[in-house]
Design a protein around this ligand. Structure first.
Ligand code: SF4
Length: 131
C-alpha cells in the first residue's frame, strides 16, 4: 500500500508517539511508523509531537482537523497524551506500551523485545478507528 499522503488532504487518523529515551518509547515510534506504512499515510499518519508543544500553527491546525487522534506512549508518564491534552487535543485512543503491551521499560534504546506485540496493538487500534 502506498504511504503517500494526498496533497492538502489530512489523513483520517493523526498519530503521535512519545518517542522517548527508553525501549518502550522507541518502540512506540517504530510501531506508529509501521502502522502508517501498513494503512497508508492518507489514512493514518505520524504527526510531530514537538510541533504541538512548540505550537507550530500548521501542525496544530493539521492535528485538529483529524477525525481521530491516537497517542502512543512508552510508559504511564504519558508525555505524548499529556502534551496533546495540554493544548486542547483529546486523543480518541491512548496506548501505553508498558501497560497495554506488558513490556517492561528500560533505557536500552535498541531493545526491541516485544516490538511485534506493540505493532499488533497499534495496528488493531488503527484498524478499529478507520472502520
Ligand atoms: S511517556 Fe515515558 S517513555 Fe515516553 S517520553 Fe514520557 S517518560 Fe519517556
Amino acid at each position: 500500500m502506498s504511504s503517500k499522503r494526498i496533497e492538502g488532504k489530512p489523513s483520517r487518523i493523526g498519530m503521535f508517539s512519545c518517542a522517548g529515551g527508553s525501549n518502550t518509547g522507541q518502540m512506540s515510534l517504530k510501531a506508529v511508523v509501521a502502522a502508517s506504512e501498513k494503512f497508508g499515510s492518507d489514512r493514518a499518519s505520524l504527526i510531530c509531537l514537538a510541533g504541538i508543544s512548540s505550537q507550530i500553527p500548521g501542525i496544530v491546525k493539521g492535528a485538529k482537523e483529524r477525525e481521530h487522534i491516537l497517542s502512543a506512549d512508552g510508559c504511564e508518564t504519558q508525555c505524548a497524551s499529556k502534551t496533546l491534552k495540554k493544548f486542547g487535543i483529546q486523543p480518541t485512543k491512548e496506548i501505553v506500551v508498558t501497560r497495554d503491551c506488558g513490556i517492561e521499560k528500560n533505557h536500552d534504546l535498541s531493545d526491541e523485545s516485544g516490538l511485534e506485540t506493540v505493532r499488533t496493538k497499534i495496528e488493531e487500534e488503527v484498524a478499529r478507528l478507520v472502520k
